[in-house]
Write a protein of this length. Structure first.
Length: 313
């Protein structure tokens, strides 16, 4: 039986690519590993941030939508992103940094049974830094030495992701019954599930909330991608998703990885994505994120696309 090996990436909406780039590279100290476009709508940037190579499980991605309005928060949405830092001292470092830079943040508290520091970016995207308690990071995560953040406090990768839904068991049953997640905590209105028992790398908190669905806008989360080893496994999952009565896009070639997309019965959009070939398929490691990279099928439109996009740097 195939097992998912954690989160692959998570994708959000931003109104302004330049301000987004400044926040995630200069304030959070992440590497911009790929500057490309939305393959389905190439007039907008698709920006990827992560570790040295943008390894699976470290990627935060953003679609630039200049017309995006404000997010009206509600249910049936992915509502928070956990990012792992090495220690409790790291949370204190980030609290002081956020205070100095006037970033919206909380006091250090707890979340999903972990030391936590809640914060928001400039567009209201809700995130939380989580103490990884000195756990050994995955071997494929590689630090980027170009970050101005001290090595002992740098963001490592993705941790707990929060999903808020109108009907709790619809999403819990999907994760547990189809994708073999383990329920590690459960109450009447909340459940915590892990794709790798004992590991936060694929942890999802599902919360129940009645009321209207979220209206997406700047700072909202578009979808969560789950990590799959290869295209053969992806095809097997495609079959299982359809057998469960859910609509799937089937396998889509995104050039940097292979994907499929589906919604659960609360309307949450999930992607499943393969590890490879990765962002070095069209750029050397040292050059990642510097130039506009396009998949081959868009290369003939490069001049047209570059004329539309505003420079980020």
């Amino acid at each position: 039986m195939n097992k998912l090996s954690g989160h692959h990436h998570i994708s959000m909406l931003t109104k302004n690519g330049k301000r987004n780039n400044d926040f995630y590279t200069k304030i959070l100290g992440l590497r911009r590993v790929k500057k490309t476009v939305n393959q389905d709508s190439p007039s907008m940037y698709h920006l990827f941030y992560g570790d040295l190579t943008g390894a699976a499980g470290t990627e935060l991605t953003f679609f630039e939508m200049p017309v995006a309005g404000r997010t009206v928060r509600g249910t049936n949405a992915i509502t928070r992103i956990g990012l792992l830092v090495p220690s409790y001292d790291s949370l204190q470092y980030w609290k002081n940094r956020f205070q100095q830079l006037d970033i919206e943040h909380s006091e250090i508290s707890t979340y999903a049974d972990k030391d936590a520091l809640f914060f928001e970016d400039h567009e209201g995207l809700r995130m939380v830094l989580l103490n990884y308690h000195g756990h050994e990071k995955p071997a494929h995560w590689q630090p980027w030495d170009g970050s101005e953040i001290p090595a002992e406090h740098r963001i490592l990768g993705m941790g707990t992701v929060e999903i808020t839904v109108r009907y709790l068991q619809r999403t819990v049953n999907l994760l547990k019954g189809l994708f073999n997640y383990t329920v590690v905590a459960e109450g009447e209105k909340e459940a915590v599930l892990q794709s790798i028992p004992g590991e936060v790398l694929g942890e999802i908190v599902v919360k129940e909330l009645e009321g209207p669905s979220e209206k997406p806008g700047r700072g909202s989360i578009h979808h969560l991608a789950l990590r799959v080893a290869n295209v053969e496994e992806l095809q097997e999952w495609d079959t299982k998703i359809k057998e469960r009565g859910l609509d799937s896009t089937g396998v889509v070639d995104r050039y940097y990885f292979q994907s499929l997309y589906f919604r659960d019965r609360n309307g949450i959009l999930f992607e499943m994505a393969t590890d490879g070939p990765g962002f070095t398929v069209d750029a050397a490691v040292e050059d990642l994120g510097k130039e506009l990279d396009l998949p081959p099928f868009l290369e003939e439109k490069r001049a047209e696309i570059e004329a539309i996009l505003e420079p980020l740097d």
